[in-house]
Design a protein around this ligand. Sequence first.
Ligand code: GLY
Ligand code: MN
Ligand code: MN
Length: 476
Amino acid sequence: MAGTMKIKAFGQFSWFHFFCFIFLFNLFYFQLAGQQNQFDTDLLSPSFHQDRRDTLRKLLPENSCAILLSNPLRNRSNDVDFQYSQDPDFYYLTGLVEPNSLVIIFKSPVDIDGTKTNELIFVQERDPESEKWNGIRLGIPGVKKLGFETVMLNRDFENFSFPRNIDRILVKFPTDIRETGRKPGINWLVSKLKSKIEALEKEAEILPLIKILASLREIKKPEELLLLQKAVDISMEGLKEAIRAIEPGMKEYQAQSIVEFYFQYRGAEYPGYGSIAGSGLNSCILHYTTNRKTLREGDMIVMDMGAEYHGYTADITRSVPVNGKFTAEQKQIYDLVLKAQLDGIQKSRPGNSFYDPHKAAMDIITGGLLELGIIRETSEARRYFNHGTSHYLGLEVHDPGTYGQLKPGMVITVEPGVYIPENSPCDKKWWNIGIRIEDDILITEGEPVVMSGALPKSWQEIEKIMAEKSLFNTIK
Ligand code: GLY
Ligand code: MN
Ligand code: MN
């Protein structure tokens, strides 16, 4: 065959094989994607991240430093990786969205190579060949523009020594690291850090960092609330259109696709978590994400979806009848869950415990299930409402927090539910009804602010918009 040559170890070797080899070589060798967003103008500003570092610094003990590493790039299979997602703590403190980086924040200024500094970041080197494949890397000058004065290449971490006065190191190690063997990749940085820490062990105490970061991240700054509200607005728009469009015969994934269309179309980078569109028996599976079933007359569908916009994720659930009309039983359970949710929202006030919304919702649901004859004992309520009512929300759908008193600036979800799977020990007229109602609540000095409050919620409002036509009903 023309264009082939015989190479002993490879047998028949063609130009096609040669180009495949170059392509794969480049993918394997230069696959360190993870690109800084260079195009949006509403990202968190360098001064936001700087302020977060300064606030962390105030909370650090004397003679200490905090160390964080960037998330590893995660492999999907073979030479294909998942889209890069930065570690939320690392992003919160730096704004950098690249792998293979390590940041050190010192309590007080230290001497690094003759320069006084109170923070230091090691980043990946610019690489024109890699950047042709994977997009731009910031390199030292770019990371300086993010507000860091002392920026070094990650390979220079080899020569780094902890200043003599450091006797406490607060550290967060990345999880789920892939063995790439690349230098100076994340494995290399972690192993260097571990050996430097081991060498210090007698002189320095090693402490976890996550509690301090949780206490910072649980209170949202105005810049964060703007992004979170944008994520919520996009999610509401998508959910509203999906509720309009839902009809028997549609697939669960088609309902999902309508909501996610709005995520993409309105500029949200990702879904904040696996979208849940569970109908019929699937409405009773809390984190169902298969989304392949056909929607059937008489079924409920639980839609729990949230857009992630510039890192911040919404988390909203609406549960609606597939045919647009609630049955008497669906209406009774719906009103019970709604009453529990509204009471939970009323308990979302400063000074209350993080768990007060849950206690309120649980009491109402327990009373309602007893009244409807679905349970006979209070203790049976957990069978049908088997999850918590609230979690913090922010850079992560289950954001960190301290689980103490609620404070202004916190954002939590309030999301009670009742799920009665087939064969439950109650009248079968209740079987396969799964209903969750979830909103995103900002705690303020005054009334709780329902960030997702513009999305229809009562059964009357839901039936009203389900009677409207959607643009998506015209796609056959
Ligand atoms: N979407 C997951 C949750 O509501 O916690
Ligand atoms: Mn939630
Ligand atoms: Mn949710």
